[in-house]
Design a protein around this ligand. Structure first.
Ligand code: HEM
Length: 564
């Protein structure tokens, strides 16, 4: 047979060195092509059932599996691209939104993704789905805690103790009583405001008190004060005395936490693991000293003292007692505290930063600052302190906060299913079936930035008044989130919803109020992360999907002076 007419038969005649290269290449190309072809055919067959017109009799099916090319890894590589929103933008170039859901393969595991508001709303209302596996992954991979200790902390799979309640219920009770209870939240906010006022006062003395003015980067300036105040209010004042570099180390850890959570190995990202070890080292030292100072008996969270220097708030004292009752070692305690600091600081501080940045934006609505100041004056008491109940009822300020949460929260609200679950799509006309043992995610990006839902002005634009409505009876502007169920969920939803949401909102609003009432800011332009001048308002820093409140990739230079 002629070589030209039988090309495949010529391969064995190639030199071995060439074959070593070509054969694996052909095998890999074959596997990739077959995988793509198979998953595409499977998708094309499944899709019509999810996009066709109403057919109530039709059996609910699992979300359509989006095609991929690499077996096992599936969509993981593109999902892990550190560009907020990019994965979703690419997905919806080919996948129709009308499906309300889809299935992705992420690192060997099928994950259901929900973006139908009715389905997301129904998921949050269902009591069964939990997030135990997800929580365990955070403590193990993100915080570096030993698996057995992680299981012991959450008490996963454990029954009730001698008091008749399970460890999981004890944790729920701690959140419920000391983080969400009105009395405790008010005490926490009062302590936060007290420390922040001290910080603001000392800045006033240092920065504008004697008619001086100071140039600074607005967000960096705010971050410093807010971190000190929230850490002191929650964890006590001894922590920053024993570990003065905590803020710096914490924000370095904050940048790399998801790298470890998503399983990027140490040899690929040694810096991330080193930063975590350094921060844990400092917290272990603090834990050891505090255990000694309180003789391993943190002040009673139900006693008369609402705050004390060693372990701070009632909420933290209750948590420390829980650690002891579970027999957790000091490293685990430090790791869990690091996780809690993450909840406390990683979201509220950037949210306050974005708020201030938009309110002061020289290229934004020029009337916004004066309208906000007019509202804030209503919350200022005669002695200069803040009236928190009035503050949290200010409609424009609340609308600005929620617009910031809409634009900048990027969370993957995750649940694991113990049973099959049917959820309604488009108000119940169709249903989707989620199979038992699966993981389901509701990415906030898809609801918060859906162009069809947030139309006027378009979803990518900041609009201070987006959450304001006119009350038909009084004609006044009122804050409202009505009609946003399943589309807007910055704090997650259902029984696992963020337990820090009430304190978090008060913390953000109080910070913005205290700072704006104490100082005048003259914007001098924007800078990038290396503090070099740039022309535009800060954008989103590169980060993985699910980073919480997204960080900004720059700052605003401002001239700061105290208000008369
Ligand atoms: C703007 C501020 C905040 C945002 C956007 C936010 C968002 C979230 C979200 C989306 C979740 C997951 C909820 C779910 O799965 O349904 C969560 C969980 C959590 N948050 Fe927040 N949070 C904020 C502030 C805070 C604060 C100030 C604290 C502490 C005082 C806190 C403590 C926690 C904790 C401990 C969890 C885990 C709860 C669990 O595992 O059941 N958060 N947060």
């Amino acid at each position: 047979m002629d070589v030209a007419t039988a090309p495949f038969l010529t391969i064995p005649n190639l030199p071995p060195s060439v074959l070593i290269v070509i054969v694996p290449f052909l095998v890999i190309a074959g596997v990739l092509t077959t995988t793509r072809l198979y998953t595409t055919i499977r998708y094309c067959l499944a899709l019509p059932r999810h996009t066709s017109a109403t057919d109530k009799s039709a059996k609910a099916k699992p979300p359509p599996p989006v095609p991929y090319t690499i077996p096992i890894l599936g969509h993981a590589i593109s999902f892990l691209a550190p560009r907020p929103g990019k994965f979703w933008a690419n997905l919806f170039r080919s996948h129709p939104r009308a499906t309300g859901s889809c299935t992705l393969l992420l690192g060997g595991r099928n994950i259901y993704i929900l973006f139908s508001p009715s389905a997301v709303q129904a998921l949050f209302k269902t009591r069964g789905p939990a997030r135990d596996g997800f929580n365990l992954q955070i403590v193990e991979k993100g915080l570096g805690i030993d698996c057995k200790e992680g299981l012991r902390f959450f008490g996963i799979g454990e029954g009730p103790d001698h008091t008749g309640i399970t460890p999981a219920q004890q944790l729920e009770n701690i959140d419920h009583n000391y983080l969400l209870g009105k009395k405790s939240v008010n005490e926490l906010t009062a302590e936060f405001v007290r420390v922040l006022r001290d910080q603001v006062t000392s800045k006033l003395k240092g920065e504008g008190g004697e008619g001086k003015e100071k140039d600074d980067a607005l967000y960096a300036w705010l971050q410093d004060m807010m971190f000190n105040a929230s850490t002191t209010a929650f964890m006590g004042s001894r922590i920053l005395e024993v570990y003065p570099n905590l803020r710096e180390d914490f924000f370095n850890f904050d940048r790399v936490m998801l790298t470890m959570f998503f399983g990027i190995p140490k040899w690929l990202s040694p810096k991330a693991y080193n930063v975590r070890e350094k921060t844990l080292g400092g917290l272990i030292e603090w834990q050891q000293q505090m255990q000694e100072e309180c003789k391993s008996n943190p002040a009673d969270p139900d006693g008369d003292v609402d705050w004390e220097p060693v372990y701070g708030s009632r909420a933290n004292r209750a948590r420390q007692r829980y650690y002891a009752s579970r027999g957790l070692n000091t490293r685990t305690r430090a790791g869990i505290d690091l996780g809690f600091l993450f909840g406390l600081s990683s979201n509220a501080i950037p949210a306050a930063g974005w708020m201030l940045m938009h309110i002061l934006d020289p290229e934004g609505d020029q009337s916004l600052l004066s309208r906000v100041m007019e509202e804030l004056e209503r919350a200022r008491r005669d002695d200069g302190t803040l009236d928190i109940p009035t503050l949290i009822g200010l409609p424009l300020l609340h609308s600005v906060l929620h617009e910031v949460l809409r634009l900048y929260v990027d969370v993957l609200v995750t649940r694991e299913l113990e049973e099959d679950l049917k959820l309604p799509l488009d108000d119940g006309k169709r249903q989707v079936l989620l199979k038992k043992n699966a993981v389901v995610m509701a990415p906030s990006w898809l609801g918060h930035r859906d162009e069809a839902l947030w139309v006027d002005p378009p979803c990518h634009q900041f609009c201070a008044e987006r959450f304001l409505k006119t009350d038909p009876e009084t004609g006044k502007s009122v804050f409202s989130t009505s009609g946003t169920n399943g589309k807007f969920f910055p704090f997650g939803g259902g029984k696992s919803m963020c337990p820090g949401r009430v304190f978090g909102k008060q913390e953000i609003l109080a910070s913005v109020a205290l700072v704006l009432l104490a100082f005048e800011f003259e914007p001098l332009g924007f800078v990038d992360e290396q503090r070099k001048s740039k022309n535009e308002f800060p954008g989103l820093r590169k980060s993985y999907s699910g980073s919480g409140i997204m960080a900004m990739d720059g700052d605003m230079r401002v001239k700061i002076k105290s208000r008369k």
